[in-house]
Design a protein around this ligand. Structure first.
Ligand code: HEM
Length: 407
């Protein structure tokens, strides 16, 4: 289970994220404190790593750094019906070898590359429609009017959920990421249990209705591979729904807002050379996804003792691998805070790596490409009306508001 870090920890605690992403802190830590311990809200402690090479090593060594099972009290979760049922999240991200590999293999057919490509035209249509509607408004909130409903509608289309349920899906995703959209706020961020909210999104009551929505339609969705449709059981379809509705919507939402911030800063250049930006759209998308780093850190449990920079970490202890630290590490990325649209190579870790690397990455990348394409083709002008307002969290990177002007 994820726990937000408590306030009074010395490094990378909640307060460090109040003024934006603590990139200066991360630079300092990489230099003189590459491994350090923090205290969690439940009183336990966790180790932290912030350098790119260290994090890449941890992600690649999944047998030494396992993931933890997620068990949730549904009666504690955001939209419980008061039951005391306990749930074990049977998603890939909570499984270890060998079960993990078998499950992931079955799930992989749901997001096969050729199917992702077949879905591209649908995403293109949705992105174009939302870009045009923003242009008509002239002044819009990039989160409320563009990124959030657009991401939810794409997820609905992928799962075969009727567009009428778009706002419902959007709300589920907001629950997962922790009251990030003001109109659907639930409780306080500090109570957020990421696993519980994710689980609630598809399995919890009354969210079970969502699973039923998906069950009604997913077999008819043309971009799911026939081999997935033929063999998927309740487990696989629940996981697909969970990932698409939670990580898929929230991750894409953050990437879209990040795209607006980054591309707006280079708008004149991008518009004067749109054909290059479009022909190299996968590079542009990856650089946006690096800057977005929607999940700031991942959690692992040590299976055996390990020594990091002279410090011994014992088997059974918790380790946070800070993806944000890795993605802005100057030893791996030159000018890491700069937006270099064609950055090559760009080995960012926003989707992690190794055995637990994000299965939906090709889908997410394609969606980001299409949104940037729609912005460049549909908009002649793009300016930020005010600086973006961030959601304060040391688990996810999230925006709440970004007023923009579009022509
Ligand atoms: C921009 C959007 C997304 C981002 C940033 C993202 C990020 C991530 C990250 C960081 C992990 C690894 C967690 C870990 O290592 O502990 C992960 C795992 C996963 N993601 Fe995504 N994700 C996104 C979209 C999606 C979508 C759309 C799907 C589904 C279709 C998906 C399916 C999965 C699955 C199945 C796993 C578990 C893999 C495993 O544990 O082996 N993701 N994602």
């Amino acid at each position: 289970m994820e726990h937000p870090l408590v306030d009074d920890v010395e490094e990378l605690g909640f307060d460090a994220f109040c003024e934006g992403l603590p990139l200066d802190d991360l630079d300092r830590l990489r230099g003189n404190k590459p491994v350090f311990r923090t205290t969690l809200a439940d009183g336990t402690t966790a180790w932290n790593l912030v350098r790119y090479d260290d994090i890449a090593t941890v992600l690649a060594a999944s047998r030494h750094y396992s993931v933890a099972p997620v068990v949730v009290d549904l009666d504690q979760s955001a939209e419980s019906d008061g039951s005391t049922e306990r749930w074990e999240l049977r998603a890939a991200m909570a499984l270890n070898a060998p079960t993990h590999g078998l499950h992931k293999q079955r799930l992989a057919s749901a997001v096969k590359r050729d199917r992702v490509e077949a879905f591209r035209t649908v995403v293109r249509d949705i992105a174009t429609r939302f870009a045009r509607s923003c242009k008509q408004k002239r002044r819009a909130d990039a989160v409320e009017d563009f990124a959030a409903p657009l991401a939810a509608e794409i997820a609905c289309s992928y799962l075969g959920i009727a567009p009428a349920n778009r706002d419902y899906v959007r709300r589920l995703s907001a629950n997962f990421m922790g009251d990030s959209l003001p109109d659907v706020a639930i409780g306080s961020h500090r109570d957020l249990e990421l696993g519980a909210c994710a689980l609630n999104a598809v399995c919890g009551s009354p969210m079970r209705a969502t699973t039923e929505l998906v069950y009604e339609s997913w077999r008819k969705v043309p971009w799911l591979a026939p081999e997935f449709v033929a063999h998927a059981g309740r487990w696989e379809i629940e996981e697909l729904a969970l990932q698409t509705i939670t990580a898929g919507v929230a991750g894409l939402r953050n990437c879209i807002v990040t795209a607006i911030v980054c591309v707006a800063a280079q708008w004149e250049i991008a518009k004067s050379d749109t054909s290059t930006w479009l022909s190299r759209q996968s590079k542009v998308a990856d650089e946006v996804i690096r800057h977005a780093t929607p999940l700031l850190r991942v959690r692992r449990i040590l299976a055996t003792d390990a020594v990091w920079h002279g410090t011994t970490i014992r088997a059974g202890e918790t380790l946070f691998a800070w993806l944000l630290g890795a993605n802005f590490d100057p030893d791996t990325f030159s000018d890491p805070r700069g937006f270099q649209p064609f950055r090559t190579p760009n080995p960012h870790l926003s989707f992690t790596g190794g055995a637990h690397a994000c299965l939906g990455a090709p889908l997410a990348r394609m969606e980001v490409e299409e949104v940037i394409r729609a912005m460049l083709l549909e908009w002649t002008g793009l300016t930020l009306d005010a600086p973006p307002v961030r959601f304060t969290s040391n688990i996810v990177n999230e925006y709440v508001h970004l007023p923009i002007r579009v022509s």
